[in-house]
Design a protein around this ligand. Structure first.
Ligand SMILES: Nc1ncnc2c1ncn2[C@@H]1O[C@H](COP(=O)(O)OP(=O)(O)OP(=O)(O)O)[C@@H](O)[C@H]1O
Ligand SMILES: [Mg+2]
Length: 208
């Protein structure tokens, strides 16, 4: 909790300093990015401290995933990757729809961003024993073993030479929001072959 506020304080200070030192034109270009950074840090802090207010409602998983896939249609086209959804289509999860959409969007954004032209992404919905599991499988560049434990850290962006520009906050938000729902996150990856990011929720939160 204290660490969260320290991160926010540092970010605010940095933003203020950047603001003071910049020419007006440069500042106005940077402002949306600074604001996005601050909003994301606040989200993470809220979710991690347990103060994020979740508006739980029954969410039809497949429909929400397809909504997010539609949102990313043009990005996927630009990156020349295909996106498909497989698995169970009658799973309902008690979740905060807006927050869950944010989680799904971040995972799809990454799968597209770190893919390669001609690649394919599969989003799967499965019931695995006690858990409902949503996995994002890509056949993109993958993650080195020494980096894999760091990808959930705040403001961690992988090797800049291979990374697209980002704030390095997407996966921290994913983990914080999933945990706020009582769920878990997981990742496995083979460099050069691709990655699988998955989120899972206890089955008592879901009905089929
Ligand atoms: N599907 C993936 N394939 C390969 N590397 C990935 C994948 N998803 C995440 N990563 C690595 O994990 C790092 C952290 O991801 P995260 O989503 O938190 O930040 P980002 O994508 O760099 O920025 P942001 O999401 O804030 O725009 C990325 O910079 C990238 O190196
Ligand atoms: Mg990201």
């Amino acid at each position: 909790m204290r660490q969260s506020f320290q991160v926010i304080a540092v970010a605010l200070l940095t933003a203020a300093l950047i603001g003071c030192a910049s020419a007006p034109a440069a500042r106005s270009k940077r402002e949306p990015r600074t604001l996005a950074l601050l909003n994301s840090l606040m989200d993470i802090s809220e979710a991690e401290s347990g103060s994020m207010r979740l508006q739980l409602e029954p969410v039809a998983l497949r429909r929400l995933i397809e909504e997010v896939v539609d949102l990313y249609e043009y990005s996927a086209e630009d990156a020349q990757v295909s996106v498909s959804v497989t698995g169970q289509d009658a799973v309902t999860l008690m979740a905060d729809r807006t927050r869950l959409r944010q989680v799904l969007a971040n995972l799809l954004d990454n799968a597209i961003k770190y893919s390669r032209p001609g690649g394919s992404i599969v989003i799967d919905i499965a019931q695995n024993g006690e858990r409902t599991v949503i996995s994002f499988k890509d056949d993109g560049m993958g993650i080195a073993p020494e980096e894999i434990s760091k990808v959930w850290d705040r403001i961690y962006s992988g090797d800049k030479s291979r990374s697209q520009p980002g704030l390095g906050l997407g996966l921290s938000i994913v983990r914080a929001v999933v945990r706020a729902h009582g769920g878990e996150v997981d990742v496995s990856s083979t460099p050069g072959s691709g990655s699988i990011f998955s989120i899972s929720f206890l089955r008592h939160l879901a009905t089929t």
